[in-house]
Design a protein around this ligand. Structure first.
Ligand code: XMP
Length: 309
């Protein structure tokens, strides 16, 4: 049986030993893994930990506000927010291949972390990498890693206190560390964010669509009191014919997905109640401009993966 209390004690000692008297930065995304790693490292290092939130514009709706509220205002951490939306959009322009997207995002992430690290004279990068991230990366399925595939030649030394844990254990650690439920029970969200939920090339319009659609899916699932492992909206490629207010509209298709899982290595498509699905469909087609069709993904993993890319 996993003992979160004991784990926290040991991890604190390990982080202190690894970092010594140096300064570290942590890549904070607001998800449960990086949040737990951040609180852990903050306890170990105090003000010698600088939390860095790189806003690549591909996060969940209102993520930045929530991060500032929890980590800066509530927990009193040193927090640096880097607005890198334009840089990411430019770097990803014309890129359609999923692994290429991950690689570009991972490299740009690290470049930005290195810029902050240089300014703050930090030598270490703390990451919330957990076991399935590196297991699946090794298997060549997706180059998960917590920041989506780390480039070689990185000068920062990595500290990964949660490396051997699975998600249910990380949640226990997050609770043990006193993180609010909105964080400890949060659904997983991929490091490359919405980039892997827009099939093919990213555009500002597509990012806005998928961000709004994801927010609606999360809201309705929560309202219905459902607790899937993960629920998401992905924007498919191509358009289909629809009709809105008697007018023909050639619009986008959103695929909704909800899965049950224990560790994300395998997953089962969740049979969402029809009325919840209809509510999601109605809200998406009404509230998200440009979307005329909503599909529900009934595929398990395998053969599909949880994310669409
Ligand atoms: P897949 O899509 O491989 O996802 O079935 C399994 C779990 O991992 C998340 N995921 C990622 N997390 N970087 C991450 O940090 C990534 O590149 C990445 N790709 C997928 C996914 O959301 C799911 O929880």
């Amino acid at each position: 049986m996993f003992d979160a209390k004991k784990f926290v004690q040991e991890a604190l000692a390990e982080v202190k030993k690894q970092v010594g008297s140096e300064t570290a930065i942590i890549a904070l995304s607001g998800g449960v893994d990086s949040s737990a790693a951040a609180v852990l490292a903050h306890r170990a290092l105090g003000k010698r930990l600088i939390a860095v939130f790189v806003d690549h514009g591909l996060m969940r709706k209102d993520e930045e506000k929530e991060i500032v509220e929890v980590f800066k205002n509530k927990l009193g951490m040193n927090l640096v927010v880097v607005n890198a939306r334009e840089r990411f959009l430019k770097a990803l322009k014309g890129v359609t291949e999923p692994e290429k997207k991950r690689k570009i995002i991972g490299e740009l992430f690290i470049r930005i972390f290195e810029e902050v690290a240089k300014k703050e004279n930090a030598k270490f990068l703390v990451q919330g990498t957990i076991a399935p991230d590196w297991i699946e990366s090794m298997g060549g399925i997706k180059s998960h890693h917590n920041v989506a595939g780390l480039p070689s030649g990185m000068i920062l030394r990595l500290v990964e206190p949660l490396r051997d844990l699975y998600k249910d254990e990380v949640r226990k650690v997050a609770r043990e560390l006193g993180l609010p439920e909105s964080v400890s029970e949060r659904m997983p969200f991929p490091g490359p964010g919405l980039a892997v939920r827009v099939l093919g090339e990213l555009t500002p319009e597509k990012i806005t669509i998928v961000k709004e659609a994801n927010a609606i899916v999360e809201e309705e699932i929560k309202k219905a009191g459902l607790k899937p492992w993960q629920a998401l909206a992905a924007l498919l490629e191509g358009k289909s014919v629809g009709v809105k207010g008697d007018i023909r509209e050639y619009g986008y298709t959103i695929a909704v997905r909800a899965v049950e899982s224990v560790d994300a290595m395998t997953a089962t498509a969740m049979p969402l109640p029809w009325q919840v699905l209809k509510k999601i469909q109605k809200r998406i087609t009404r509230e998200v401009p440009g979307v005329t069709r909503v599909l529900y993904d009934i595929t398990d993993k395998p053969p599909a993966t949880i994310e669409f890319e």
